[in-house]
Design a protein around this ligand. Sequence first.
Ligand code: SF4
Ligand code: SF4
Ligand code: SF4
Length: 246
Amino acid sequence: MKLKIASFDFTCCEGCQLQLTNSESTLTDFLELLDIRNFREISSERLDDYDIALVEGSISREDEVERLLKIRKQAKVLVAFGTCACFGGVNSLKNSFPLDETVREVYGDMVIETLPVRRIRDIVKVDLSIPGCPVAKEEVERIMVSLATDSIPTLPKYPVCVECKQQLNTCLIELGEICLGPITRAGCNAVCPTGKTACLGCRGPAEELNMPAFLELVKERGLSLSDLQEKLAFYNAFEPLATDET
Ligand code: SF4
Ligand code: SF4
Ligand code: SF4
């Protein structure tokens, strides 16, 4: 039986949905698994009977709340799809500033309806979260196969450093940069540090993380705790540091 699936975008860049259409080598096999009922980037179907809803983006308008509640009513499995949906993502940066000032700065005198950014789980029950900015297509494919075969989908519990070491990368912390790899959930194949860019933690906290040891390392290397605080806040995926030293 194919999975009856629909995909919906809220406040986001739609990069996660696009990611699914990206790898042409696996696309046809992937689509074999799915009965696409509603998925703007892939199909012209607009059907309301689906079992799995991929919900991409965070919530920042009242009409989005109503739309999300309707999707929750229909879906047997509601998936928070991507970092914006799971944590608020880059959109949540606006929550750090007074909303009125932000709107004025960006839109001038235009009348814009916007609310502080919320995660999908702040509004409805989420059955499954797939983090990533964007999501990793291989991981989504693996999870869809789990759903199609009635097995329990899992995410790696260990941190990005494990995958980074498998790539034989030189550690960026050794080079004096703050990298969130030691505390971030793996699953992206350490794509950023492999490209010589520090991990910003888009996949959120690893289950097996050791924050005290990570903080100790940052201090030992003389790296800035306020830079660390800034990086932790970028995707809204981590708790702020409970320290006066920042
Ligand atoms: S998680 Fe990243 S790629 Fe996905 S929709 Fe949000 S901003 Fe775009
Ligand atoms: S570069 Fe980052 S992800 Fe790679 S080993 Fe160092 S801290 Fe971990
Ligand atoms: S390395 Fe970090 S920021 Fe980059 S994709 Fe992986 S989890 Fe996200």
